[in-house]
Design a protein around this ligand. Sequence first.
Ligand code: SF4
Length: 348
Amino acid sequence: MLAVAIELLIDTGRRPSEILNLPWDCLGHDHDDNYVLVYDDLKNNRPRRRLPITETTAKLISAQQHATRERFPDGNPTELVLLPASDQNGRRAMARHQIGRTHRDWLEALPTPIRRSDGSSYDLTTITPYSYRHTYAQRHADAGVALDVLAELMGHELLSSTQAYYQVGEKRRRAAVDRLANHRFDRYGNHIWRDAQALLDDEHARHALGQVSVPYGTCREPSNVQAGGGACPFRFRCVGCDHFHTDPSHLPEVKAYLHDLLRDRERVLAATDLENWAKTEALPSEVEIRRVKDLVHRVEEHLEQLTPVEQADIATAISAVRRTRQVTGLGMPSINRQPDLGKPLERP
Ligand code: SF4
């Protein structure tokens, strides 16, 4: 049972107290019938949170449910916990110190040292059950999961809290930004070859601050850059602005913005409770929709023309850059969207 607890910590990145307090009936499904873990975020007092999990993790939970049921066949399933202490008819979770102690014994009994990529050994005393929350964040960040999605998975309200859970080497990030510098586009979707060094310096400077100016590209308008991205003088009409540039790392946001525009257009056109003048004002501009469509098309076309090796190279660069990106969305003409959590990652 302790091994199950540790595997769940590794797989789900939840806090140890959240794993230990899982109810017996913690396995659920989302609307697409994929597995979710239903848990209580005790630290922030948010009950019944739902975390996407892999089938492997679901099987682990299912086997533990079975084992717990066998141990306490007379217990009411609605009162049982998944990982019960041996007393109290399965209603009390095992103590946190138990898992901490067993975890330490296990680490100390490992036949070989745990090594970093540079060959140095980890100090085992620094590895605790809570460490797996960091491992979870690092694993997702390494796989290129966007920061807002990872924050949602971690249950953080502040992106900066999530960023504290993983590391991106400065060398790696600079190399990724360098690679993307040759794949930049202006607002018309024209590939920018000239001035790459200036753009690069600009991007490095922005990343040093940990943010870009606009959600689906970068802004070079001096007053807006100085204000950290929240003071656009043109009401964030970026695809109509010469200060706007983008690259393939922003493609998911450009597509999501296009989706918002199209959806808003449908909604406004279908509205029966709006006067005509209000409809006209609320309707997204056809020119903007066309511009964003062109931009998506040209960036995708550009990526398709790359060789498989270049495509793989760009994919790596995109994932490294997206890990450090923190967007300022102040005043942006977009709808607040729940991040798409996508498919859960298998543990290596
Ligand atoms: S419209 Fe966009 S690119 Fe232009 S100044 Fe405003 S934020 Fe910058």
